[in-house]
Design a protein around this ligand. Structure first.
Ligand SMILES: [Zn+2]
Length: 127
């Protein structure tokens, strides 16, 4: 399993995610089979004390239940632990593969157990 396979699958709307927000969403849904992270990436974020949802930094309230998020210093570490709790696999990619994953998805992606609907990301309304 390499970054290319992940990016290919994510690109065609297959059973994969590429990107921190999309991957955390899949993780919360329990759909992550293989979490792929780029070596050396550290990102702060938030965790919901109510439902356990993880989210990128800057998310003040849980997108699921609206509870105020708690600060998490290493979001990637939390995501890896969560994946293992769900009996998923964690793959840390390095070198050129890590660089590509950082550029394409902020250093995080996943292969999924089930296919997910194409449009799960919230659509931003112009103000
Ligand atoms: Zn929540």
């Amino acid at each position: 399993m390499g970054t290319d396979q992940l990016l290919d699958a994510a690109g065609v709307g297959g059973r994969a995610t590429c990107g921190v927000a999309a991957t955390l969403e899949a993780l919360w849904l329990g759909e992550v089979q293989v979490l792929v992270v780029a070596d050396g990436v550290h990102l702060a974020g938030g965790e919901c004390p109510q439902c356990g949802r993880l989210a990128p930094e800057g998310t003040a309230q849980c997108p699921v239940c609206g509870t105020t998020m708690l600060m998490v210093h290493d979001l990637f570490e939390r995501a890896m632990a969560r994946t293992r709790e769900q009996v998923g696999r964690v793959e840390v990619v390095q070198g050129e593969a890590a660089k590509r994953l950082r550029e394409a998805g902020g250093g995080m992606g996943a292969l999924l157990r089930y296919s997910i609907p194409a449009a799960t990301a919230p659509i931003e309304q112009p103000s």
